[in-house]
Design a protein around this ligand. Structure first.
Ligand code: ZN
Length: 269
């Protein structure tokens, strides 16, 4: 099969010589980027922020590289600026997520659990059944408060009847497609979990941003202006960034400082 396709691959770029993938930064140039990033005086470690900075610097050297001189083609081809910005966005997104989790103001497991309870309540509600509450050892009506809270986080509009029915048929359809697998909301509704996370992130944004600023003050400015409580919280978050996500302290502060500049720059403290 491979042999039969050689001709096709060989000639696929005939009509368009700068076919995507034919031109671009060479391994040697990327190695240069990594070496320069490792030697950057702005960062203590070879951290991803340093690599992104060097990629930005490389992209400035238009006269030296053919691949920086190509016209952008519809669909994002040869769009070096957009690749670079996408990379930067992904990096920011990953750091932001890690900071939220490490901050302790959002508990990933708690809202997975909340979604699971929500599905149980909705299931009983749709079937007009009662739920057995293990804590009180009584059967109870499904909780409108709990369902309403999750629907608010999921931004469900209007009457929830149709939404709830569809949710339960979604569970049933998933179970048919995945025989023998345990039905867990995280597996069945990853998009809802993501949505809940985003809503919770929006609500906690100011608190997390303040923590990012405290981390920078705590390490870089000797904690000036921070009371004992805020020092403890900054220290706790730093420790979790190190133990859970593999940052060193310096790189954790670099990430916090970058988020303050690029993601939390609209907030005031
Ligand atoms: Zn580091």
């Amino acid at each position: 099969m491979l042999r039969a396709s050689i001709k096709e691959v060989w000639s696929e770029s005939d009509a368009y010589p700068i076919y995507e993938g034919r031109v671009g930064a060479s391994p040697r140039e990327m190695r240069g980027v990594l070496l320069d990033a490792a030697q950057s005086t702005a960062f203590k470690c070879l951290n991803p922020l340093a690599v992104v900075e060097e990629i930005y610097a490389l992209c400035q050297r238009k006269n030296e590289f053919d691949w920086l001189q190509q016209d952008i083609v519809t669909g994002g081809y040869h769009d070096v600026t957009s690749f670079r910005d996408t990379l930067d966005e992904r990096l920011l997104g990953a750091s932001e997520y890690e900071l939220y989790v490490a901050s302790g103001v959002v508990d990933e497991e708690k809202y997975a659990e909340l979604l699971e309870r929500y599905v149980q309540h909705v299931s009983a509600w749709v079937k007009k059944e009662r739920l057995y509450n293990r804590a009180t050892q009584k059967s109870e009506e499904p909780s409108e408060d709990l369902m309403g809270e999750v629907e608010r986080l999921l931004d469900v509009q209007g009457e929830p009847l149709e939404w709830r029915r569809q949710l339960i048929s979604g569970v049933a359809a998933w179970a048919i497609d995945h025989p023998g697998q345990k039905v867990g909301p995280a597996a069945v509704f990853p998009q809802h979990l993501k949505r809940m996370r985003e809503s919770i992130f929006v609500e906690r944004r100011q608190a997390v941003a303040t923590l990012a600023r405290d981390i920078v003050l705590f390490v870089r400015e000797d904690g000036s202006g921070l009371d004992a409580q805020r020092r403890r919280e900054a220290e706790g978050t730093l420790e979790r960034l190190v133990s859970r996500f593999g940052y060193c302290r310096e790189c954790a502060v670099d990430a916090a400082s970058m988020l303050l500049r690029k993601r939390f720059d609209d907030l005031t403290f």
